[in-house]
Design a protein around this ligand. Structure first.
Ligand SMILES: O=P(O)(O)OP(=O)(O)OP(=O)(O)OC[C@H]1O[C@@H](n2cnc3c(O)ncnc32)[C@H](O)[C@@H]1O
Ligand SMILES: [Mg+2]
Length: 199
């Protein structure tokens, strides 16, 4: 498998401001330089797969082919056990056309009804794609519980309604470095560094 060498430049194939913030902190300690898909005006491909890995490949390949640079994409979501894993790959779409995450959280809460099963997890698939079509994906998970009402001002997306296992605070009540240390994205990123970057 091909690895990124130190000093490489890659495209970060995401249009989500919260993810981009977390990646810029995660990447700060590596020698990798990043440019975002937005900065390059790359179009957002349709996420037509029904798995996180499948959608991460679609996004990474589209950006790598359009830019001629290796591209790293993230497809992630919130999986609620009482909802058989929903919203899952539809996590962004549950916020409607404007991806309003307050709407999305309320929809999850409403669908959960009176259930006593509060188990939930976040999943992130990261895919590194090369302009010639080679791809490599890694997956990270973080297990915990849903919380209602939502709490905290940090983070993004569903963070205010998720409390990771062993914690009293929600992701949105943690600072970014605390979240990155245990999050689905932080875990997937550690695998990405190990498997895809020369050390
Ligand atoms: O596809 P890109 O451009 O990366 O941006 P997106 O927001 O559409 O991202 P996804 O398709 O991967 O959808 C992921 C959804 O899951 C939510 N999500 C992902 N990671 C999260 C995290 O760490 N904390 C809270 N919510 C998260 C996020 O808000 C989105 O609604
Ligand atoms: Mg998306």
């Amino acid at each position: 498998m091909r690895r990124l060498s130190r000093g490489s430049k890659i495209v970060l194939a995401s249009h989500n401001a919260g993810k981009l913030r977390e990646f810029s902190t995660l990447l700060a300690e590596s020698d990798i330089t990043v440019v975002s898909a937005g900065e390059l005006n790359l179009p957002e491909p349709e996420e037509t797969a029904d798995t996180f890995v499948g959608n991460s490949e679609i996004k990474a390949l589209a950006a790598a082919r359009a830019s001629g640079l290796p591209a790293l994409a993230d497809d992630s979501g919130f999986c609620v056990s009482a909802l058989d894993g929903q919203p899952g790959v539809y996590s962004a779409r549950w916020g409607g056309p404007t991806k309003d995450m307050t709407v999305a959280m309320e929809r999850v809460h409403r669908k959960m009804g009176e259930t006593t099963d509060h188990g939930a997890s976040f999943v992130a698939a990261l895919c590194l794609a090369w302009p010639d079509g080679e791809t490599h994906s890694v997956v990270g998970e973080c297990h915990g519980q849903t919380v209602w009402p939502p709490r905290g001002e940090h983070g993004h997306g569903y963070d205010p309604m998720f409390r990771p296992e062993g914690e009293t605070r929600t992701f949105a009540e943690m600072d970014e470095s605390e979240k990155n240390a245990i999050s689905h994205r932080g875990r997937a990123f550690a695998l990405f560094l190990k498997e895809c970057v020369e050390n």
